[in-house]
Design a protein around this ligand. Structure first.
Ligand code: DX5
Ligand code: ZN
Length: 215
């Protein structure tokens, strides 16, 4: 069954506790936390101190998506803050293999994310080490954007590679996923979908979360 990782980027940030409890009631499998530094992406969100406080609210695993330059500088901080899966962008670090190694040394899952224009070949030599691949289906930085159609091919190709090589890797997509396109996108071969605006801009967050879970 598809796992749902709602992103709080579009949530009411002044009421994060209530928002997260709604996701819990709706049956979210993970909480997706978008960390942005204003350099790697043109937007700034939150960092380890906020995540650390959110950690007290729920037991749901934290799927932390780092959109920051040189993420290797902050791995320990995010582990201490309570990340269960820590994903770095291929484009953000010169030493991807080492960064993955460091994340895994803390006993949590290591993920790699690819911008829409980044080819799958860029992760060919780390496939044996990563636990999760995050395909960006919008250009990172903001919620509420349109799913980029050519990512269909990319997701399907990655699914084929994972299956052919029998790899133990979760495949996740992030951006532009809504109730009316989710089913089709899931069928490209995903294990996890990230959904932000379509959950938090709806009238009933709990119901909307449940609707995604029942797909
Ligand atoms: C974009 C973030 C996404 C975003 C998804 O940079 O990584 O997680 O919040 O939001 P929607 O579902 O609105 O595209
Ligand atoms: Zn994200």
């Amino acid at each position: 069954m598809i796992k749902l990782s709602p992103s709080i980027l579009s949530a009411d940030l002044g009421n994060l506790k209530e928002e997260i409890l709604k996701l819990e009631k709706g049956g979210a499998d993970y909480i997706h936390l978008d960390v942005m530094d204003g350099i790697f992406v043109p937007n700034i969100t939150f960092g380890p101190p906020v995540i650390k406080h959110l950690r007290n609210i729920t037991q749901i695993p934290f799927d932390v998506h780092l959109m920051i330059d040189k993420p290797e500088r902050y791995i320990e901080d995010f582990v201490e803050a309570g990340a269960d899966m820590l994903t770095v962008h291929v484009e953000s670090t010169l030493h991807l293999h080492r960064t993955i190694d460091v994340i895994k040394s803390y006993g949590i899952k290591a993920g790699v994310a690819l911008n829409p224009s980044t080819p799958l070949e860029s992760i060919e030599y780390v496939l044996d080490y990563v636990d999760l691949i995050l395909i960006m289906t919008v250009n990172p930085g903001f919620g509420g954007q349109e799913f980029i159609g050519s990512m269909e091919k990319k997701i399907k190709k990655m699914r084929r590679i994972i299956d052919e090589k029998n790899l133990n890797i979760l495949l996740e997509a992030d951006g532009g996923i809504k109730l009316d396109n989710a089913k089709e996108i899931i069928n490209y071969g995903l294990d996890i979908i990230v959904v932000g605006s379509d959950i938090f801009r709806s009238k009933d967050v709990i119901e909307r979360t449940k609707m995604f879970k029942s797909l």
